[in-house]
Write a protein that binds this ligand. Structure first.
Ligand SMILES: C[S@@+](CC[C@H](N)C(=O)[O-])C[C@H]1O[C@@H](n2cnc3c(N)ncnc32)[C@H](O)[C@@H]1O
Length: 255
């Protein structure tokens, strides 16, 4: 994934077609590579009651626009981390969105370099698929304050690794997803919001906008971006049609 994302952030930032895709699908161009549009980010801010009293860590912040938006909207201090130096380099362009309250660092989710009780909230938007969940949650318990919270968008579903015919549908319940079970093992209480419907609408919108923009991607020689995002949207829709896809917003607190 490291090489994929290094290449992705370079190409996405330089692509006007990809910028247009993000603006139309997500509501803002932050070279997103997830499934959370700006309405979903607002929902997360609302669920966590994030405000100026918070110190927030965003895991897998990519090119930083969502962290900047959260800092500007809430007044909180926000640190964004990603393990791709190119993404963090791009993210630095946002620091003036919240002067003195926004910073970005190259760091790996697997080894978070922060002292105990550093943050009141950790945000993870489509990033917890790339790490050992138990080891990561144990670290989050350490770096969160006693009343801290994890806010995470997480999808569970059939994919190329676990196709529909081998997918266990009992794992679609929020307590039974890979994240739900790891939260339970690691001693977190949690509540969830089912955002599967919004996710399906988002995937359909992605597919429609991509089809409209295909000539623009072809003209600038970035069809690989088009194909990556189309494949992802088609994967979600195929899994959902087979009854093998769910997506949740988790709000988890250490016990
Ligand atoms: C699916 S993208 C989501 C990006 C962003 N949160 C969004 O919604 O657009 C996953 C992000 O996690 C980052 N990532 C993956 N594994 C990581 C790790 N072990 N440590 C830090 N960042 C990681 C990737 O570089 C990428 O930016």
């Amino acid at each position: 994934m490291y090489d994929f994302y290094t290449d992705y952030y370079r190409r996405a930032m330089a692509s006007p077609a990809y910028g247009e895709f993000c603006t139309r699908v997500f509501g803002a161009n932050y070279t997103q590579h997830g499934f959370a549009d700006m309405a979903a980010v607002d929902r997360l801010i609302h669920a966590g009651e994030l405000d100026a009293t918070h110190r927030i860590l965003e895991l897998g912040c990519g090119s930083g626009g969502i962290a900047a938006y959260i800092a500007a909207t809430t007044g909180a201090h926000v640190t964004g981390i990603d393990y791709i130096p190119e993404a963090v380099r791009q993210a630095q362009a946002h620091v003036d969105a919240a002067p003195g309250r926004l910073r970005f660092e190259v760091a790996d989710i697997a080894t978070l370099p922060y002292p105990a009780a550093s943050f009141t909230a950790v945000v993870a938007i489509d990033t917890l698929y790339f790490t050992d969940l138990d080891a990561t949650l144990a670290q989050l318990k350490r770096i969160l304050t006693a009343s801290g919270q994890l806010l995470a968008y997480y999808a569970q579903g059939a994919n190329p690794q676990t196709p529909v015919e081998r997918f266990d549908r009992s794992t679609l319940a929020p307590a039974c997803t890979d994240l739900g079970r790891a939260l339970h093992r690691q001693g977190f209480a949690f509540e969830t919001w089912d955002v599967t419907g919004a996710d399906v609408r988002h995937a359909r919108r992605k597919r429609a906008v991509l089809e409209e923009l295909r000539p623009a991607f072809a003209a600038e020689g970035t069809l690989s971006l088009y194909e990556n995002r189309l494949g992802e949207a088609n994967g979600v829709l195929a899994a959902w049609e087979a009854g093998c896809h769910a997506r949740y917003l988790y709000r988890a607190i250490p016990l």
